[in-house]
Design a protein around this ligand. Structure first.
Ligand code: FAD
Length: 614
């Protein structure tokens, strides 16, 4: 069979095209149907929405819930919290917009069957912390997916979207997307009046701590492959805060989350000698970031910083003191259930390493960096804000529309709005869905114009790695190293090594500088050249190839942003050795980038941070 022999092209027309059926994508699909009763709403997902995305395995807590019905928190409180945690830099309009709607989302989840724990004394949702509520969340994703499935006109599972399509008649307007079915190989051309990208965050762009037999174990989902960033970047959408990669303090080797332990079980940390260590680094941190160290709660990155300094001083490992809490049988149960409902791997790692947290305080470590927009970090696309709340400078289109017309986003995709988590991502999907429906209705009869030339060229490019492999494979008799093609795993390992060594990964203790970043960009450019020689032995490898393309483009963006911001804004996430201090005078701003796919050049600029909430 030749390169295109036997492969079908499937054409799909949609009013609203949702790319990625994770939390945000399910929210966008659900809400689009609410406002667009007679519209064609299509959700495209590379896995199966039943169990896809970062929530695939389940969660034990919903991390963003105001509790306004009980007067627990107000949206403004959440804006202050996120701003503090991100060292002053968040899009307050976007964060406020999510916070004011997130409770209604959580109430829907409960109505759809998600078991939310209740405090037996008050009858309210059981709080894990100020913003978190506890759930029996093993089936969180199937519950949410069911609502999206019922709302969608069609859900296309197993389609890896590789590129967005631009309108042939109107400049800077998106008109659809292309991709391929990872099971049948069919080529899919989606035409959409509005496109909502909800394709999750990015793991595996930096060298992970788990390598060799442990490869694949990361904190963020290993299938989060940066499509959320690469798809908009390819078509010239502006990105923001891509330097704000996140490093997580997690249980060692299993990456088990620590939230329930700190907040609900009231466990705490110690150094290898059983000493408290955070206070020891107070003056050191103050010298870097000034008053930000005095904020409450202490920003996430600064807590990492204390761990990194303590370990570098030779007093590791850092341990979570679980032995006390686990004497209480209720807390012991919660401690284990927390992992069994969310990160089973951590329980398995402990069992395999003879760690019973009732008798041994387990080790913590800092993870490799990830890129995402929904956690204690806010990388992603630069989006227009809510009409009734955003400052004029943050409004150029419909809510959550990027700087490319008809292109919307939500969840990890959208930058500047940290701490949305699962519930906030779904909520932002709803916000984007509502705005996209309004856009489509305002368009009237105008239809997106897709150029056949464009999608046929893309088809050629997308499947070329299969042909490269088919031809090149004959040159070798055994093994995987070929003179004429590169396998996706080789490309991935090369990318991770470059990012790790030059852009502030684990091997340099998150340290980088201008010289390293410039060299990193040169090496990334060489890898980019070699991407023309990718070889894919089957459809699975073809998917890995396109995930690598997306990771590479997102990595370039991260590196450009890290180079542009000449300060160390988030010690504990990364350090610019040549600009070790936080510099509010020059860098109390957002960084924005725009990629030009014709020239391969990046334009960088600053955008103001408006503090709307006092
Ligand atoms: C270990 C872990 C613990 C967490 N703990 C909590 C917690 O306790 N509480 C909480 O509220 N939140 C938690 N979160 C965060 C929460 O999961 C995320 O904030 C949320 O899932 C982000 O939503 P999203 O839709 O942006 O991304 P996702 O939910 O990851 O969805 C992205 C979707 O896009 C699909 N996709 C990607 N690329 C493509 C492509 N090219 N073509 C087609 N489809 C594509 C993916 O398969 C996926 O389905 C946790 C996350 C992890 C990984």
């Amino acid at each position: 069979m030749g390169l295109f022999g036997g492969r079908k092209t499937v054409f799909v027309d949609a009013d609203i095209l949702v790319i990625g059926g994770g939390m945000a994508g399910c929210g966008a699909t659900y809400e689009s149907r609410y406002w667009g009763r007679d519209l064609k709403i299509v959700c495209v997902e590379k896995a199966n929405i039943e169990r896809s995305g970062a929530v695939a395995q389940g969660l034990y807590a919903i991390n963003c819930y105001m509790g306004m019905q009980w007067g627990e928190n107000q949206p403004e409180d959440h804006v202050r919290y996120a701003r503090n945690d991100l060292m002053g830099l968040v899009r307050e309009d976007l964060g406020y917009d999510i916070a004011r709607h997130v409770d209604s989302t959580v109430h829907k989840f409960e109505e759809w069957g998600l078991p939310i724990m209740r405090d037996p004394k008050t009858g309210r949702y059981q709080r894990e912390g100020k913003w978190q509520i506890m759930i029996h969340g093993e089936s969180y994703k199937p519950i949410v997916a069911e609502a999206a499935r019922k709302a969608a006109t069609e859900v296309y599972n197993r389609i890896m979207v590789t590129h967005l399509l631009m309108d042939a008649k109107q400049a800077n307007r998106v008109a659809g997307a292309v991709g391929f079915n990872v099971r049948t190989g069919d080529f899919h051309v989606f035409r959409g009046k509005a496109v909502i990208v909800c394709a999750g965050g990015a793991s595996h762009i930096f060298q992970p701590r788990s390598v060799g037999e442990g490869m694949g174990r990361t904190w963020y989902a290993p299938w989060s492959s940066a499509s959320a960033y690469a798809l908009p970047i390819q078509v010239g959408a502006k990105m923001t805060q891509m330097e704000n990669r996140i490093v997580l303090t997690r249980f060692k080797d299993g990456y088990g989350p620590v939230g329930a332990y700190f907040l609900h079980l009231k466990t705490y940390t110690q150094n290898g000698y059983g000493e408290e260590y955070e206070k020891r680094w107070y003056e050191d941190t103050k010298a870097l970031v000034g008053d930000y160290i005095d904020r409450h709660p202490v920003p996430t990155c600064l807590r990492n910083h204390a761990i990194l300094r303590e370990v570098a001083a030779g007093r590791g490992p850092i341990r979570m003191v679980t032995k006390e809490a686990f004497q209480d049988p209720h807390k012991e149960t919660v401690g284990w259930e927390n992992f069994l409902g969310m990160t089973i791997g951590q329980a398995v790692v402990w069992a395999s390493q003879n760690i019973d947290p009732k008798h041994i305080n387990p080790e913590l470590t800092t993870s490799e960096p990830y890129v995402m927009g929904s956690h204690a970090t806010c990388s992603g696309a630069w989006a227009s804000g809510p009409e009734d709340y955003a400052p004029a400078e943050y409004q150029w289109g419909y809510n959550r529309m990027m700087t490319v017309e008809a292109l919307f986003g939500a969840g990890d995709t959208i930058g500047g709005s940290a701490h949305k988590f699962s519930s906030g991502s779904f909520t932002e999907g709803r916000i984007a869905g509502k705005a996209a429906v309004k856009y489509v209705k305002d368009m009237g009869q105008t239809k997106p114009q897709v150029s056949e030339h464009e999608y046929r060229d893309l088809e050629q490019e997308i499947y070329q790695p299969l042909e490269n492999y088919r031809v090149g494979r004959n040159e070798i008799v055994a093994g995987t190293v070929s003179p004429s093609y590169l396998l996706p795993i080789h490309g991935l390992q090369r990318l991770e090594k470059i990012m790790d060594e030059y852009v502030g990964g684990i091997s340099t203790n998150y340290m980088t500088n201008g010289v390293l970043l410039e060299r990193g960009l040169e090496l990334l450019a060489m890898l980019k050249e070699d991407m023309n020689n990718m070889g894919a032995e089957d459809l699975h490898s073809l998917q890995r190839t396109w995930e690598l393309h997306h990771r590479l483009l997102a990595s370039e963006s991260v590196t450009q942003h890290t180079l542009f911001r000449e300060e160390t804004r988030w010690p504990g996430y990364y350090y610019r050795g040549d600009h070790m201090k936080l510099d509010d005078a020059n860098w109390h701003c957002f960084t924005l980038s725009r990629y030009d796919r014709n020239t391969g050049k990046w334009e960088m600029e600053k955008a103001p941070v408006y503090h709307i909430v006092d």
